[in-house]
Design a binder for this molecule. Structure first.
Ligand code: GUN
Length: 670
């Protein structure tokens, strides 16, 4: 396939935009003057002296849109240098895509003999027309003392300004160092983030990956991620093993580079999505790639050294590329955490790193995650903690409020709960109108009012997952949701033989306290959802819904909610249990606590017409935006303009300059 690169549009040079996301995991576009690069992507490392696979083939045959090579190696070799200066690096390598170059820092780490100047090497990269250059950073190793690493961090930061000046218009990498010290990684991210770099590689991680110190790798990413400006891509320097891609992508990595494909091939090692396999150990190939087509392990072993190395390098490249494609698709599908979990079982160090991550899940990652999913969540008992979408709903539920001091816990029953325990819950409400009813799920207690919220409503797993929670976990959840509770009644369906009515009578006696209507129960549900998903206070939710009425579907589910004056204000979504506001509903919530994006004057006519709010046109964000959840739109004068679904967090809205910030549902019109 021959295709031409697509240069960025004027004014977009150096910008990065997000096109799809799940929490911190993101698909994006990096706008360079040569090509608009889709991320996450992998840059194969090309040694300009030894080309195991020709760069042209990387572009045409394998579809790699970017590669990385070393400007120091070119600079040192007179002939390469002359050619590069005369015709540019794209011509030198015969590669039409994005070319990133490194600066010699890594050579200095490996050989210790780099004697190029800080400005000199950046000037050279600009001169040879690279798309993304790298400053000469100071490599912090795990063996250095903390003082030495700190010195490396500070020295790198102190070189930033001169390097950026030398780069001019050329996009520049500003590496984050700091070794294994979280505080230094943070200092590095803050210090480098203050300068105008285009990309931030996380550097100094190769020695950790070589020793499979993956937990350190996760700790490093966690230490710096939130301090790197959100609108800049993150590159994992030297990270090319496919089994690391899912966890890195889930934590927000955008670019990877791989010398591994060629290095591993040189000693007959084959990359697989689940790890590394030695050619010598194989009787059959457990995976098929076009490189291996027509071959058996025996036939590959019998090739000459060069031919075998090339064939294995091609195989390694294919596996690497397809694993990254798998990650991208998983981000689109909302299943990246499932892939993280799956890959974690392929390697003990990776499992340890993943468990560490589960136990130290950053609050900001959970807050950036849409709690609502279209599909279900597969769960098994070996999942030690919940993926972030579950945690995200948990976070929303932290605002659970009830005056009740009585709780009813229903266990041992899977969904759909409306059908299976709806009647029971109604009977409970008639006897104990103020009781808070919870369903015990394998992922924690769920208020009954959230019974149709996906993925909780669609948990898949063996029947045993419904055996009930450990009582400590249950007490913990109950305490978190309700504080001190005077009375807790447990209703278990585990060995249920009696009818719901019999259960109710045995627990509560047969007297009715109150006749609660079905509509009242439905109103409570909607009221809770308005609080959680629209992030408004209980009073505001009650006010919005006071005297409301419902239109029901044939299956007796609330289809539309009308305010007391008959206006349609919102609709519960059957697909995921969320809420869709109407323009009128949004108008009534304007001025409440609901997250609000303030657009600048240029954007007002577009927003009014219902066009999406683009980054770069936002003056302010009030409250926290949760990607995937609704928000309101207003002008700087505070005039209501419409509403939509946030595509970003508030921190992202404050720094991105390209891409969609809010998918607008309705504008108020002209
Ligand atoms: N390649 C692998 N690691 C590094 C690093 O920390 N800095 C630079 N410049 N290149 C690298």
């Amino acid at each position: 396939m021959t295709h031409e690169p697509t240069p960025c549009r004027e004014g977009d040079h150096g910008k990065f935009e997000i096109t799809d996301r799940d929490g911190w995991a993101r698909l994006g576009k990096l706008h360079t003057s040569t090509h608009v690069l889709k991320t996450p992507c992998l840059l194969p490392v090309i040694n300009p002296n030894i080309r195991t696979v020709e760069p042209r083939e990387l572009w045409e045959q394998y579809g790699f849109e970017a590669l990385i090579t070393n400007s120091y190696v070119i600079w040192k070799h007179e002939k390469l240098k002359e050619q590069a200066i005369a015709g540019g690096v794209h011509k030198l390598l015969d590669y039409p895509g994005v070319i990133m170059t490194d600066s010699g820092t890594f050579q200095n780490y490996v050989y210790g003999d780099v004697e190029v100047g800080v400005e000199e090497i950046v000037n050279f990269q600009r001169e040879i027309d690279v798309d993304i250059a790298t400053m000469l950073d100071v490599f912090g190793t795990p063996d250095m003392t903390k003082e030495e690493v700190e010195q490396a961090v500070q020295e790198t930061i102190s070189r930033a300004k001169a390097s950026l000046e030398a780069a001019g218009e050329t996009m520049l990498n500003g590496p984050i160092q700091g070794g294994i010290h979280s505080d230094l990684r943070k200092d590095s991210a803050v210090g480098m983030g203050e300068h105008g770099f285009a990309v931030h590689p996380i550097g100094g991680i190769v020695p950790l990956m070589e020793r499979q110190r993956y937990r350190d790798l996760v700790e490093i990413i966690l230490a710096c991620r939130e301090h790197i400006p959100w609108n800049r891509p993150i590159h994992m320097f030297g990270c090319g093993h496919p089994h690391l891609f899912p966890i890195c992508v889930a934590l927000g990595a955008d670019l990877f580079d791989s010398a591994a494909y060629a290095l591993f091939a040189r000693d007959d090692r084959m990359l697989m999505p689940w790890g590394t396999v030695k050619l010598g150990d194989l009787n059959e190939f457990p995976i098929s790639t076009s490189a291996l087509s027509g071959h058996t392990p025996a036939s590959v072993k019998s090739l000459s050294d060069d031919a075998r190395c090339e064939l294995l390098a091609r195989h390694n490249l294919e596996v690497t590329a397809s694993e990254l494609a798998r990650c991208r698709q998983a981000v689109r599908d909302g299943t990246i955490w499932k892939l993280v979990e799956e890959r974690s079982h392929t390697n003990a160090s990776l499992r340890e790193a993943t468990e560490y991550l589960y136990n130290n899940m950053p609050e900001a990652l959970v807050a950036a995650t849409n709690p609502l999913r279209n599909g279900g969540v597969r769960t098994s008992q070996d999942l030690p903690t919940s993926p972030p979408s579950i945690a995200a709903l948990g976070r929303l539920l932290n605002s659970f409020e009830t005056d009740s001091e009585r709780a009813v816990l229903i266990s041992g029953v899977s969904g759909p709960w409306r059908d299976r325990i709806g009647g029971l819950v109604h009977s409970i409400a008639n006897r104990w109108p103020d009781a808070a009813v919870f369903i015990e799920t394998p992922l924690g207690l769920l208020p009954y009012t959230m019974e149709d919220v996906s993925p909780w409503a669609h948990l898949m797993g063996p029947a045993s997952i419904w055996n009930g929670m450990a009582s400590d976990d249950r007490d913990f959840d109950l305490q978190a949701l309700m504080g001190d509770v005077e009375q807790v009644i447990e209703i278990s369906f585990e060995h249920k033989k009696e009818s719901n009515l019999a259960i109710i009578e045995s627990v509560f006696g047969d007297g009715l306290n109150e006749e609660i209507t079905r509509a009242e129960l439905d109103r409570e549900m909607i009221e809770d959802k308005v609080c959680y998903f629209l992030d408004v206070s209980r009073e505001e939710s009650e006010q919005l819904l006071a005297g409301c009425s419902f239109v029901y579907s044939k299956t007796k589910r609330v289809r539309n909610v009308h305010a007391s004056d008959g206006q349609h204000i919102l609709s519960p979504r059957l697909r995921d249990g969320g809420l869709s506001l109407t323009l009128e509903g949004a108008r009534r919530l304007h001025g409440s606590d609901m997250p609000t994006v303030v657009v600048n004057d240029d954007s007002i006519p577009f927003t009014r017409k219902g066009r999406n709010v683009m980054h770069g046109f936002i003056s302010e964000v009030k409250g926290e935006l949760n990607p995937g959840l609704p928000c309101l739109l207003e002008s700087e004068e505070g005039v209501f303009l419409g509403h939509g679904v946030a595509q970003c967090t508030a921190s992202e809205a404050r720094c991105f300059t390209k891409g969609i910030a809010v998918k607008v549902r309705d504008g108020i019109g002209e």
